[in-house]
Design a binder for this molecule. Structure first.
Ligand code: FMN
Length: 384
C-alpha cells in the first residue's frame, strides 16, 4: 500500500540504501542463515511478550527507531507514529531531523519518548537540544554514531536535478500520486525540520535549508571523549546507536552507557557492512551483563525479532517497518504494522515451544549457511 501511495522519489528515500546496497540486502539475507530449532510438548497455551527495557516494563520488546523527515510520508507523521507507539506501549524515538518538533510530539502524542541526537559541531546547539529533551521528559538520549558524514545514496542523484529540486521525471511522477500530492505536499509544501527551526534564520527554514545546515554541522572529528563528557552530565538513560565492533561495545560499557543499538543505519550509510544480527552473539557475550544490547536492521517479520531476542538482544528497533504502515494509513497504518509484528512474534513463540520472551535462549536457533554458490556444502550447527 505504501508503494502505491508514495511517489517514486519518496519511496526511494524510504526504501533505498547506499551505493550497491550490499549492506541493505545483507541485513535481510542474514536472517536466512539463522533457522529455528523448536521444542515440542511444552505448554504454550498462555504466552507473554512483556519485558523490561531501560529499567521500565514494556508491552513488547520493540521500539520505533529514529527516522528523519517522516512528514514526507504523512502529514504530521512523527506525531502519528508516536501515537501508534503509545497505543502499543512501546517507546518512540524522535530524530534530530524529525519533521515535527519534540515539543509538538510530546504534547500531541506523549508516551515513552527517546531523543536521538547527532553530536553536531556546534556544541551550544547540542546543549540546547539536550535541555529540550530534558524539559520534554525524554527518558533516554540516543546518540547516533554511524553518520559522521552522509551516506552515498546514489538514487538521490537520479531523482533530483539539484539538491532538493526534483527532476522533471520525478515531478511528473508526483502528479500521478494525487493522494500524496493533496495529503502531504499541498497546500503548505514539504515540512521543514521541527527540532532545528530555532537555529535557522526565519527566512531559511525550508527542507533545503535544514539539510544544508545539518550537513554543515557534520562532526567527523568526534571521539569517545565527547561521549564520556555527556555521560557525566546526562543522568537519565544514555544509548549509543551504530555500534558494531565488540571493542566499541566494551568501551561503551566501560563509560557506563545504559544501552547500545547494534546498527548499520538500515544500509543507508557504509555499504558492504556486516549485518547487526551477525555480530549480536559476540557483542552480547562481551557486554550483555553490563548494558542492554538492542539491535536494528532489516526486521520485517516476527521470526526476525524472535531470532534476535533468542540470541540475547533486549529489544529491536524498527526503522522502515512502521514507516510502511505510516505511509499507507497514518497512525492507524503504523499501529497496524505493529499489530502484525506482535501477532507474528506471538505465533512464533507458540510454534517454537517457548511460552515467553524471557525464556528465549540461543538453544532455539541454529546457524545454517545458505549456499550462495553451487556445490557449497550445507552446514548446520547449533550455537552455544
Ligand atoms: C527513512 C529513514 C530515515 C532515517 N533517519 C534516521 C535518523 O534521522 N537518525 C538515525 O539515527 N537513524 C535514521 N535512520 C536509520 C534507522 O534508525 C534504523 O537504524 C534503520 O532504519 C533500521 O533498519 P530497517 O529500516 O531495516 O529497520 C533512518 C532510516 C530510514 C529508513
Amino acid at each position: 500500500m505504501a508503494r502505491r501511495r508514495l511517489p517514486g522519489f519518496v519511496n526511494e528515500y524510504l526504501e533505498g540504501g547506499s551505493e550497491d546496497e550490499q549492506t541493505l540486502r545483507g541485513n535481510r539475507e542474514a536472517f536466512g542463515d539463522l533457522r529455528f530449532i523448536p521444542r515440542v510438548l511444552v505448554d504454550v497455551a498462555n504466552r507473554s511478550m512483556a519485558s523490561t527495557l531501560l529499567g521500565k516494563p514494556c508491552g513488547m520488546p520493540l521500539v520505533i527507531g529514529p527516522t528523519g523527515f517522516n512528514g514526507l510520508l504523512w502529514r504530521e507523521g512523527d506525531i502519528a507514529l508516536a501515537r501508534a507507539a503509545r497505543e502499543r506501549e512501546i517507546p518512540f524515538t524522535v530524530s534530530i531531523v524529525a519533521s515535527d518538533s519534540l515539543e509538538a510530539i510530546a504534547k500531541h502524542a506523549g508516551g515513552r519518548l527517546w531523543m536521538m541526537l547527532l553530536m553536531l559541531r556546534d556544541t551550544a546547539v547540542v546543549e540546547r537540544l539536550i535541555a529540550r529533551a530534558d524539559a520534554a521528559g525524554c527518558e533516554a538520549l540516543v546518540i547516533t554514531l554511524d553518520a559522521s558524514v552522509y551516506g552515498n545514496r546514489t538514487w538521490d542523484s537520479r531523482n533530483f536535478a539539484r539538491p532538493l529540486v526534483l527532476s522533471l521525471r520525478a515531478k511528473l511522477d508526483v502528479l500521478v500520486h494525487l493522494r500524496w500530492l493533496f495529503g502531504v505536499l499541498l497546500p503548505r509544501g514539504l515540512p521543514g525540520f521541527g527540532n532545528l527551526a530555532e537555529f535557522l534564520p526565519d527566512d531559511q527554514r525550508s527542507p533545503l535549508d535544514g539539510s544544508r545546515y545539518i550537513t554543515s554541522q557534520s562532526n567527523a572529528g568526534l571521539t569517545w571523549e565527547a561521549i564520556r563528557a555527556l555521560r557525566e552530565r546526562w543522568k537519565r538513560k544514555l544509548v549509543l546507536k551504530g555500534i558494531m565492533a565488540v571493542a566499541d561495545a566494551e568501551e561503551a560499557a566501560r563509560i557506563g552507557v545504559d544501552g547500545i543499538v547494534l546498527s548499520n543505519h538500515g544500509g543507508r550509510q557504509l555499504d558492504s557492512e556486516v549485518a547487526p544480527i551477525q555480530v549480536l552473539e559476540d557483542v552480547v557475550a562481551a557486554v550483555g551483563q553490563r548494558l542492554e544490547v538492542m539491535i536494528d536492521g532489516g526486521f520485517r517479520r516476527g521470526t526476525d525479532v524472535v531470532k534476535a531476542l533468542a540470541l540475547g538482544a533486549r529489544a529491536v528497533l524498527l526503522g522502515r517497518t512502521p514507516l510502511y504502515g505510516l505511509a499507507a494509513g497514518g497512525q492507524a497504518g503504523a499501529a497496524r504494522a505493529l499489530t502484525i509484528l506482535r501477532d507474528e512474534i506471538d505465533r512464533t513463540l507458540a510454534l517454537l515451544g517457548c511460552p515467553s520472551i524471557g525464556e528465549l535462549s540461543p538453544q532455539y536457533v541454529g546457524h545454517y549457511e545458505v549456499p550462495r554458490r553451487r556445490g557449497v556444502e550445507l552446514k548446520v550447527h547449533t550455537s552455544r
